[in-house]
Design a binder for this molecule. Structure first.
Ligand code: CA
Length: 227
């Protein structure tokens, strides 16, 4: 594959390049968005790996939008800082095909690249998956055990927030600021109520399946296979 890396952190860019070259990919690096834009116009590229925060005229989101506007449809894998879930979602709606939160392991990156390389070159959101629970970020369809689960929009946003951060403990405060940012008065009990709704639909409805939503007492919530 021909891969372009747009990343200003030299260490990350060079490590990526080295790793990908060991797998026989051809790799170019741009250390800022201006050079990145120039190189990204090469239609023979198979993949662009782009950091969200970039020096130069564009950041990752505006560069992605610009590329899509000028009909560059190369799959884009966006690298994002760990906490920036809102930006991840923004990154995806700007036309990126997938995102990978930093810090990431190289094996995780390789798995994403494999998945993207199998995809036709078009704009699709990722499908988040934990065990047999899937959340399709393009169609907003949630399924467990092949069964479609109906969620309210708040439940959907809460679930996707947890799934974007799977296996990480998410505090109630974080959930409040992410989901209720424009409503000033939210008591923490509200979160418990919504977690309760999700549990009912995701876990309790599937008693033979492992529980996925966990309460980490005193800290918050976590979604994943093991407690
Ligand atoms: Ca950066």
């Amino acid at each position: 594959m021909k891969i372009l890396i747009i990343e200003d952190e030299t260490r990350i860019a060079l490590t990526l390049k080295k790793t990908l070259e060991l797998e026989d990919h051809q790799v170019k690096i741009a250390f800022d968005s201006d050079k990145g834009l120039g190189l990204a116009k090469d239609k023979s590229l198979d993949l662009i790996i782009m950091d969200l925060m970039l020096p130069g005229k564009y950041d990752g989101i505006s560069l992605t939008k610009h590329l899509r506007n000028i009909k560059v449809n190369t799959p884009i894998l966006m690298l994002t800082a760990l906490d920036d879930v809102k930006n991840k979602v923004k990154g995806l709606s700007s036309g990126a095909d997938d995102y990978l939160p930093k810090p990431f392991s190289l094996s995780e990156l390789q798995a994403r690249i494999k998945a993207l390389s199998k995809r036709p070159k078009q704009i699709v959101g990722p499908i988040l998956k934990i065990d047999d629970l899937t959340l399709d970020t393009s169609s907003n369809i949630v399924k467990r055990n092949g069964q479609v689960i109906k969620l309210s929009s708040k439940e959907y946003r809460l679930l996707s927030y947890l799934m974007f951060n799977k296996n990480q403990i998410i505090s109630k405060d974080k959930i409040i600021s992410h989901l209720w940012n424009d409503e000033s008065f939210v008591v923490k009990n509200t979160i418990e109520v919504y977690i309760g709704y999700l549990r009912k639909k995701i876990d309790k409805a599937f008693p033979l399946k492992p529980e996925l939503i966990h309460t980490v007492r005193g800290f918050g919530y976590k979604i994943g296979l093991k407690k």
